[in-house]
Design a protein around this ligand. Structure first.
Ligand code: ZN
Length: 242
């Protein structure tokens, strides 16, 4: 069986480019051979500690080509970028022993002005791609965005980011959960302030166990000591992880 006509047309109109280096690819792949060999994967047994999440799962370091690729994904939401990242996220989740049976999948909501500018929500797109792979429904609208326009990426200090996260996300009236196990999706784990704020709101709405899955996490070495997020445990640096 050949590929469906629609796929062939899409591929001719929008040829795939390597996620990391943007080189044109001859097929429907996601990486050129060099970038595939050098993909900065996080060790499968490293889980950032970030309460109140029961567990945080993330397959890639946010550096070099991955950082460039995620940037292109966020500003040019080609679905194959989301498919690539969600594939790695799902793979990492599904290989975990004792993965809970989640009740729902949701995502960090976008700032309304970002959604207008981009026309799509990167975290939402990842959630939809994960939905099929994990057999879980995506629930929109469980967490509210206040419309705060200060982007987390413009703030470097952890306390500034925590305060900004508090100002940016709020509970949604009428959302009542009843102990559901929730998988929260975001694109990049930076200080974790945004995800933590969202998790607190989900917990306050009645969620049970909450997990976080992101496509990538900022490496340990990128942080000034004073701003280093608390989820980097002792021993992580010694072992050369992150
Ligand atoms: Zn490449």
């Amino acid at each position: 069986m050949g590929e469906p006509l629609r796929e062939t047309l899409l591929r001719l109109l929008f040829p795939h480019r390597c996620f990391c280096c943007a080189a044109l690819l001859p097929d429907n792949g996601y990486l050129c051979p060099a970038c595939a060999a050098a993909l900065p994967r996080i060790q499968p047994d490293f889980f950032p500690k970030l309460p109140p999440f029961a567990r945080v799962v993330t397959p890639l370091y946010y550096k070099a080509g991955v950082r460039d690729g995620i940037h292109r994904f966020k500003y040019d939401g080609r679905s194959y970028y989301a498919a690539f990242l969600a594939g790695l996220m799902a793979e990492r989740l599904l290989e975990l022993p004792g993965l809970p049976q989640f009740d729902l999948l949701t995502y960090v909501p976008p700032a309304p002005h970002k959604l207008r500018e981009r026309g799509f929500c990167p975290a939402g797109m990842l959630a939809r791609q994960l939905s099929g792979r994990l057999g879980l429904k995506v629930r929109d609208g469980l967490i509210g965005h206040t419309g705060n326009r200060v982007a987390q990426m413009t703030l470097s200090g952890r306390s500034d980011r925590e305060e900004n996260a508090r100002k940016s996300f709020a509970g949604v009236r009428g959302v009542h959960l009843h102990g559901e196990r929730v998988l929260l999706v975001d694109d990049v784990l930076t200080t974790g302030s945004t995800a933590q704020r969202c998790a607190h709101l989900l917990a306050r709405a009645g969620a049970g166990e909450i997990w976080l899955v992101t496509a990538a996490a900022v490496p340990y070495q990128e942080w000034e000591t004073s701003d280093r997020p608390p989820f980097y445990e002792k021993g992580v640096e010694r072992d050369g992880i992150l």
